[in-house]
Write a protein of this length. Structure first.
Length: 191
């Protein structure tokens, strides 16, 4: 590939404003083989574990590549009959769900009216959640409707599951919620 002085300066701008790859692509370089090779090296000798995208109820099949127990790549599983190796942009970003320096790894609590978040240890947070659930349930529990019908429920608590909760978690969540008399149970994955 020949690069003119003008083109080279354009690449320099591309590097400053984006990535070297973007700059080279701007010059019309075919980067497909390079990218494919880089990807190949990244997953070379990696262990492959079949999995499922956690984000929605489509449940696209994925392949998780790990090296020394660390995830290095996640991509669609071409053997899957329904996603055939493809993933939507959200599913294609599953890697960042696992490997992400911006992911909060501590419990943050902001007291009512407070402007700042406070770091809590998990045990304290779980105790607080338990305390509030019990208090709310006790205060709002309805055993019977005015017509005498037995309902044993609370209309004051709503459970909303996230798409990253797996089926086993959701099964247990349902049992816990129904056991507490919570009837408003929903999951983002159904939306
Ligand atoms: S979020 Fe996208 S990739 Fe994941 S299961 Fe749903 S459609 Fe598939």
């Amino acid at each position: 590939m020949e690069v003119s002085r003008r083109g080279f300066l354009k690449v320099g701008g591309g590097v400053a404003g984006g990535t070297a790859m973007a700059g080279l692509a701007a010059l019309g370089a075919n980067l497909a083989p390079t990218l494919a090779r880089a990807q190949e090296l990244r997953i070379k000798d990696a262990k492959i574990t079949p999995s499922i995208c956690p984000y929605c109820s489509v449940g696209c099949a994925t392949l998780v590549h790990t090296v020394d127990g660390r995830i290095v790549n996640i991509e669609g599983d071409p053997r899957s009959p329904h996603n055939e190796g493809t993933l939507c942009p959200k599913g294609a970003a599953t890697f960042q769900l696992h490997v992400n320096p911006n992911r909060p790894i501590k419990v943050l609590h902001r007291a009512p009216g407070a402007a700042d978040w406070e770091v809590w240890d998990l045990e304290r947070a779980m105790e607080r959640v338990t305390e509030l659930v019990k208090k709310t349930r006790d205060e709002t529990f309805i055993e019977r409707l005015p017509n005498g019908k037995l309902v044993n429920m609370t209309p004051a608590i709503f459970s909303l599951g996230g798409a990253t909760l797996d089926i086993e978690w959701n099964h247990l969540q349902q049992k816990l919620m129904r056991g507490l008399g919570i009837v408003a149970v929903e999951n983002q994955a159904r939306i």
